[in-house]
Structure formats: C-alpha cells, structure tokens
Design a binder for this molecule. Structure first.
Ligand code: HEC
Length: 166
C-alpha cells in the first residue's frame, strides 16, 4: 500500500515535470515565433514595392507591353502578402481594395483597353490616397511619375496580358 502510494506520487511528479517542460518548450517556441514574426514586414516595406509596381504598370500599358503590366499588377498584390500575417485587419482593407476598386484597372489590362486603363488608373490613385488618409497617413500622397520607377526594363516589348506564367 505504502509502495503503491509512493509509486503513484512519483508518477504524478514525473507527469508534472513532463508537463512543465512541455510548457517551457511551448513558451520558447512561441518566443521564437514572435521573434521571427517581428522580422516580417508590416505595411511600409511592401508599400514601397506597391508604389513602384503601380508606377511601372502605367508605362508598360503606354508602350504596349501588356504582359509586363499584368505582371506588375499581380506582384503589386503579392507584395502585400507579409501583411496578412503582421497586420491581418489592415490586410483585409488592402484585399478589398485590390479585389474591389483596383479590379477596374485590371480589367482594362486584360482587355488591352489603353484608353479605359488611363481613366481607371487615374481614378484609382484617389483610392490609394484615401486609404492612406483613413489609416492616418494622409501625408503619404501618391502622384503619377513622368518616367517608370524601374527604368531598367524594356517597356516596349510587345506582349499579351495572358503571357504571364501562372
Ligand atoms: C489598405 C490601405 C492602403 C491602400 C489601399 C494603399 N495603401 Fe499605400 N500605404 C498604406 C499605409 C498604412 C502606408 C504607411 C506604411 C505603414 O503603415 O507602415 C502606406 C504607404 C505607402 C507608400 C510609402 C511607402 C514608403 O515607406 O516609402 C507608398 C509609395 C504607397 N503606400 C503606395 C500606394 C499605392 C500606389 C496604392 C494604390 C495602388 C496604395 N498605396 C494603396 C495603406 C494603403
């Protein structure tokens, strides 16, 4: 009887120790996850890429490189993926913007409608800036550049919007 009790108590202690070390491991893992997460960009870094791709897209359309325009749009959206993890609520606003207001721009690219693009593109700049205002960044105002953000590309290659690999 005595032995049994000691045995049970001993097993209990072992169990508690094991659980304790599992909890310690969990805390350590969580701390590591938090540390990694802190290195993932929030909005500022991806937005720089958004800004550049947005500018580049304009010159791709102007010079008839439709695949480059479609590509810029695709990766403008892709650039924001880290924010899904780091700023999930704000990311939803971005997603709504890209799939909502920005879709008008995308449609004109897919349809190779240069005139429609010019109008939709000019209009969407207001939407970019109204999100900046809404998120207390009214001092960040997008303006259209006179030359592409990335001058190291040939915007005149003739291509189709569907030429972008999946
Ligand atoms: C969901 C709201 C939202 C939308 C939509 C949005 N932005 Fe932003 N943008 C932000 C926020 C917020 C910042 C400030 C960065 C931060 O919070 O860290 C920013 C910053 C920027 C910056 C400055 C980045 C830097 O640090 O140099 C540029 C450029 C930019 N946005 C371009 C655009 C363009 C172009 C569009 C439209 C195609 C757009 N943004 C649409 C929220 C938005």
């Amino acid at each position: 009887m005595f032995r049994k009790t000691v045995g049970a108590a001993f097993a209990g202690v072992l169990l508690a120790l094991a659980a304790g070390s599992a909890m310690a491991a969990d805390a350590e893992t969580q701390a590591q996850i938090d540390a990694i997460k802190a290195t993932v960009p929030k909005f500022a870094i991806p937005m720089r890429e958004v800004g550049d791709r947005f500018q580049n897209m304009y010159f791709a359309v102007k010079d008839g490189n439709w695949a480059l325009a479609a590509y810029m749009s695709k990766y403008m959206n892709g650039a924001m993926t880290p924010a899904k993890l780091t700023k999930p609520d704000e990311y939803k606003t971005w997603k709504n913007f890209y799939e909502g207001r920005f879709a008008a721009v995308d449609k004109t690219i897919q349809a190779k409608d240069a005139a429609g693009f010019e109008a939709a593109y000019t209009k969407v700049i207001e939407d970019c800036n109204s999100c900046h205002k809404k998120m207390d960044y009214g001092f960040i105002k997008v303006v259209k550049l006179k030359t592409p953000a990335n001058p190291g590309l040939d915007y005149t290659i003739k291509s189709e919007p569907g030429d972008v690999p999946k």
